[in-house]
Write a protein that binds this ligand. Structure first.
Ligand SMILES: C[S@@+](CC[C@H](N)C(=O)[O-])C[C@H]1O[C@@H](n2cnc3c(N)ncnc32)[C@H](O)[C@@H]1O
Length: 253
């Protein structure tokens, strides 16, 4: 290894970082309002919304998804549920034909549109997002896709919504729970849903990162440990990684 090249590269990287930090601290207060004047905003989620609004066909969910997917390939945006994994989610929705889905972690509404567009007559998706800016963007995204009758974006934390699902949202049975937020909350919130008697016999849990080699086995652990359910785990992408779904068959009491 040529140490002088390595040393030069390190110096350049550090110098670039220092210049960036200097510019953002010194010029940030000037640049941000300037950029906001040009683009209307500097918040990434609003820029994504503007971009999708500009290029997608209103009322066509597939066109909304296509613009998101293109952002991932052309701008290298890492939306984990896009592309192949998105197709896996489609497969689960098509196989399960759910009436009620609960998504935890809406962000800009990509998966909400993805799931919402496949729901049959009368079926619905409730999606939870505690960040009000993201929730607002997701709501507009759902409207742009023409799915407002099927998808409800709820601006709140899971803790506040789960106990109110029956009273406020008339939910008694959930067919699919899609977990896509902070992983240390998965088991806790699944248990909360279960405590409120909301899991339908044969429910399906869809989540990112379960199974071998992943940084978390939470869902596996939950399924294996649950006493009331006989669970089947179905890794859906063949190599045991990323999106996975586990089902729970409630045993007769
Ligand atoms: C990975 S993103 C969701 C991506 C989205 N499902 C998609 O693929 O389009 C995770 C989101 O979970 C949200 N979140 C964090 N804590 C949450 C909670 N307690 N309940 C619901 N959502 C939460 C974050 O604000 C963030 O927007």
């Amino acid at each position: 290894m040529n140490w002088s090249y390595l040393g030069t590269a390190l110096v350049i990287i550090v110098a670039i970082r220092l210049v960036k930090a200097y510019i953002s601290s010194r010029w940030g207060p000037v640049l941000v309002p300037m950029l906001e004047k040009v683009f209307g905003t500097t918040k990434w989620e609003e820029l994504v919304l503007q971009h999708v609004k500009k290029h997608a066909v209103a009322g066509d969910p597939d066109s909304v998804l296509e613009i998101f997917d293109k952002l991932c390939t052309t701008r290298k945006w890492n939306l984990k549920t896009a592309g192949k994994k998105g197709e896996m989610i489609d497969g689960i929705i098509n196989d399960t034909r759910p009436q009620v889905c609960l998504e935890m972690g809406t962000s800009c509404g990509y998966t909400s549109v993805r799931i919402g567009r496949l729901l049959g007559p009368g079926a619905r998706l409730l999606t939870l997002e505690p960040n009000p800016q993201l929730a607002k963007v997701a709501e507009e995204m759902v409207q742009l896709a023409g799915l407002q009758d099927k998808v409800t974006v709820i601006t709140a934390d899971t803790d506040d919504v789960i106990p109110e699902l029956t009273k406020k949202y008339d939910v008694t049975d959930i067919d699919i729970v899609f977990l896509d937020y902070w992983k240390d909350r998965y088991i806790r919130d699944l248990k909360l849903i279960e405590e409120h008697g909301l899991l339908k016999n044969g429910f399906v849990v869809v989540t990112e990162q379960i199974g071998e080699g992943q940084d978390t086995d939470h869902t596996v652990e939950y399924s294996a440990g649950a006493e009331k359910f006989e669970c089947t785990l179905k890794p859906v992408d063949g190599d045991g990684t990323s999106v996975g779904s586990g089902g729970g068959q409630q045993l007769p009491s």
